[in-house]
Design a protein around this ligand. Structure first.
Ligand SMILES: Nc1ncnc2c1ncn2[C@@H]1O[C@H](COP(=O)(O)OP(=O)(O)OP(=O)(O)O)[C@@H](O)[C@H]1O
Ligand SMILES: [Mg+2]
Length: 433
């Protein structure tokens, strides 16, 4: 509201008003800086008024500068001037208050920015140090030393190691089962097999040696380096979200621990190949297959059908340029899983999943019982040629799992070498499917 000069007694002296206006311009010059004030006045068409000796022109110039409005005109009476100057003073006070708050905020922002910038630099320095520093500490070095020491310690060879069959002819009492297994596996078109038999009867040994034997055959699909991958169905752990699945493989999403740092930082999920892929071109032997989680068994059956294993992750984005080619390939085509499954079980066939049985040939190993004549030993076998079954001279009877080994005659007890020709008596004569 514009006030009149009568509201301010004594304030209508023209000289006094001019001084007030001059003081206000000086104040504005100290706020903006004299050059900025002149520039500002020039832009607003107030420069002439500022320099003028005419009171009205000075007032208009002041108003233009204070309100930053070049359209303000000169139609005012001298009585109105003191009121106008009061209003201008208030506007200047407001402006300075606003300006100082803005300045405070700006200061705060730049301080924060400086802090953030320093934190960012610290992080980058840390990252560089981590990248370049060795993962070794005094403690890890110590642990490594202990481990290396432990590796050097070992007992003399155990009876089990000595008695472990090195070839099919060393497997006792399972001739029919071995023949059946050879027929299924040592063929141009090998079949998946389930081996039945009580513990320690030679299921694992038979499967391993049958693969070795098959590799030698000219028509065998198994290459010389075909793998024999062994696992145990009762200890296979997995979780339905596929974070871990050593059998089929899993995907480590970038948010989970265990994902590689370069993948996690880039937000790229990392596929981990499973045993089914490692066994490609060879045999996947699953001991105690009957103990495997039924859901995992079903997943395994699907892999047997597809001969591939597929991966999935909601974090996978095929268009993300940071995804490496092999990861893209695994997500789009899956990984190979072309192997012959040999499952072993101590359970009865009725206890095994019918779905699994329908896809496998079945071979039962014979139960071996005493009295059990297992070997004939003749001194003619050279020690250097046959070290696979070195028996102690004084040993009259050696037991290995359910297998009982005893010399056939007193004559043989003095002979230290195990011959490969065995006779046996077993209760379960059936083998093959
Ligand atoms: N028929 C056999 N002839 C010779 N050695 C055997 C025979 N069966 C078992 N053995 C001996 O017992 C050890 C264990 O055999 P293997 O692991 O093959 O048995 P398994 O049936 O797979 O047992 P499990 O059910 O516990 O897995 C072999 O290293 C071998 O020394
Ligand atoms: Mg076994």
């Amino acid at each position: 509201m514009t006030r009149k000069t009568t509201d301010f007694p004594g304030a209508n002296s023209e000289e006094l008003l001019k001084r007030r206006i001059g003081a206000m311009f000086s104040f504005l010059a100290s706020v903006y800086g004299p050059e900025t004030l002149v520039l500002k006045a020039g832009k607003l068409g107030a420069l002439k008024g500022m320099k003028s000796h005419d009171l009205l022109q000075q007032v208009v110039a002041l108003q233009k500068v204070v309100y930053e409005d070049p359209t303000i005109g000169a139609s005012l009476s001298i009585d109105e001037i003191p009121g106008i100057l009061e209003d201008c003073q208030e506007e200047i006070a407001d402006h300075i208050a606003r300006h100082s708050i803005e300045q405070e905020i700006e200061d705060l922002v730049s301080r924060k920015m400086q802090e953030k910038h320093e934190e960012y630099l610290k992080d980058i320095k840390k990252e560089i140090l981590l990248d370049n520093s060795s993962p070794e500490t005094e403690q890890t070095q110590k642990k490594l030393k202990t481990l290396v020491k432990l590796e050097k310690r070992s007992l003399s060879r155990s009876a089990l190691t000595i008695l472990r069959p090195r070839s099919l002819k060393h497997i006792v009492g399972q001739d029919r089962a071995i023949d059946a297994l050879l027929a299924k596996i040592a063929s141009p078109y090998p079949q998946h097999v389930i081996l039945y038999g009580p513990p320690g009867i030679g299921k694992t040994s038979a499967a391993r040696l049958v693969l070795q034997e098959s590799k030698k055959l000219p028509f065998s699909p198994f290459a010389r380096k075909a793998p024999f991958i062994e696992t145990d169905g009762s200890t296979l752990r997995w979780d339905p979200r596929e974070i871990t699945n050593p059998l089929l493989g899993s995907v480590h999403d970038p948010i989970y621990q265990g994902a590689r740092r370069d993948f996690a930082d880039g937000g790229v999920p990392e596929p981990k190949l499973g045993l089914v892929t490692a066994a490609t071109g060879g045999v996947l032997f699953i001991d105690e297959i009957g103990e495997m989680d039924p859901l995992l068994q079903n997943k395994l059956l699907k892999v047997l059908e597809d001969k591939r294993v597929f991966f999935d992750s909601s974090y996978y984005d095929p268009d993300d340029p940071r995804v490496p080619e092999y990861v893209k390939r695994l997500f789009s085509q899956g990984a190979p899983a072309d192997f012959v499954l040999v499952g072993a079980t101590t359970r009865d066939p009725e206890e095994i999943s019918p779905a699994l049985r329908s896809r496998c040939a079945e071979v039962a190993l014979s139960l071996l019982t005493a009295p059990f004549t297992i070997f004939t030993i003749w001194a003619g076998v050279s020690a250097s040629k046959n070290t696979s079954a070195h028996l102690d001279r004084s040993a009259g009877l050696i037991s290995s799992g359910s297998l009982v080994v005893a010399p056939t005659s007193t004559k043989s007890a003095g002979a230290p070498w195990l011959n490969s020709r065995f006779t046996y008596s077993g209760t379960r004569g059936s083998s093959g499917s």
